[in-house]
Design a protein around this ligand. Structure first.
Ligand code: SF4
Length: 352
């Protein structure tokens, strides 16, 4: 952004803008008007916000900038069902983030990043090879939607927080962004169309639950020894804590938690694990999403891991399905552009 002294308008919550309007001598409602211009009409020039008084427009122009980050690269993959597009977006400090659009069967799902890199260290994830650089601000999360809606000249219908980073490790900015993303006056993606995917940061999960967003928890093992080996977070929040949290919830067919399970050959894909999973969970409270490991061809980071074979994946699914669970297998739609789960920023790592 050109003028460092100006605040970035996309980082402001509705409450913060209301306070700004009141302390600047304008009506509180001015904040809603400004945000409708920005998020509903995609008008980023304050001079064009014609239902605001001229003095407010001038003041906004003096105090805020509204420049969106730039898309610096894209990769595109198409098949008979639709397409995926991976975006590299440059932020004001020169750092880059990735977002992936998956456009299938009229559903435009955007996978957004919440951090640059990640500190969680899941061994099956290419992003964790980057280490942790910094949290994204709420504006940087929201602006991924704005620039990609502008690129496709259409509205995003679903949002998944499954890009770079652990969203619950950046809970304040993620919650702030969600207030704008899910607000019917602004970006207007309904909470039931927003999924927050976590590796199991249970301390901040209740903040998300209270708002009826969908939740996906990466479990990836049926015992603590295996899970701790592949997901260091398990030492802090072990499997029994996840099971308790889920089993203490009221059953709801509309808001089951998704248990994500990345299948890694000979690490966590023994068929006996399905027995343990069936014992742990109830079909009334969870559904399973099995994810064959995405492995970038040049991967050094994942060199010791292989994707489970097709028969194992099918058997795993069948056992859980027969026990009454809804089970899906997520064959990544964006794999050839390295936009599959756990692949974001893989190219940066291998080009270094
Ligand atoms: S899987 Fe998610 S939480 Fe784990 S290291 Fe990768 S980005 Fe972080």
């Amino acid at each position: 952004m050109e003028n460092k002294r100006k605040d970035w308008i996309f980082d402001k919550s509705q409450k913060e803008l209301e306070k700004y309007c009141i302390t600047s001598g304008f009506k509180k409602y001015g904040a809603t008007q400004i945000m409708k211009w920005i998020y509903r009409r995609k008008t980023f020039d304050f001079a064009e916000m014609t239902d605001l008084s001229e003095s407010l427009r001038k003041k906004l122009a003096n105090n805020f900038c509204a420049e969106t980050p730039k898309i610096v690269d894209t990769k595109y993959e198409e098949d008979s069902d639709g397409y995926s597009k991976k975006y590299l977006i440059k932020l004001s400090d020169g750092e880059t983030i990735e977002s992936v659009l998956i456009n299938y069967r009229n559903r435009k799902t955007l996978c957004v990043s919440s951090q640059i890199g990640c500190k969680m260290g899941c061994v099956y994830c290419e992003t964790s090879g980057l280490g942790f650089i910094r949290n994204l601000t709420s504006g940087e999360i929201i602006s991924q939607i704005l620039v990609i809606e502008d690129d496709i000249e259409n509205k995003i219908t679903n949002i998944v927080f499954m890009g770079m980073g652990e969203p619950l490790d950046n809970i304040a900015e993620v919650e702030k962004s969600l207030d704008i993303i899910s607000n019917a006056n602004f970006i207007a993606v309904a909470p039931r169309k927003i999924t927050i995917s976590t590796c199991g940061v249970l301390s901040t999960l209740p903040n998300i639950e209270n708002h009826k967003y969908k939740i996906a928890i990466s479990l990836n093992a049926a015992d603590n020894i295996t899970r701790s080996k592949i997901m260091p977070i398990n030492k802090k929040f072990p499997i029994e804590n996840i099971v308790k949290l889920i089993n203490d919830r009221k059953p709801s067919i509309h808001n089951k938690i998704t248990i994500e399970y990345v299948l890694i050959k000979d690490i966590n894909d023994h068929i006996g694990n399905t027995k343990k999973l069936i014992k742990m969970f109830s079909p009334s409270k969870v559904k399973f999403n099995l994810i064959p490991l995405n492995k970038e061809k040049k991967s050094i980071y994942l060199k010791n891991f292989e994707t489970s074979d097709d028969k194992t994946i099918a058997d795993f699914k069948s056992k859980l399905f027969k026990a009454g669970f809804t089970v899906t297998i997520r064959f990544s739609k964006a794999q050839s552009v390295n936009g599959g789960c756990g692949q974001l920023k893989a190219e940066k790592i291998y080009s270094q």
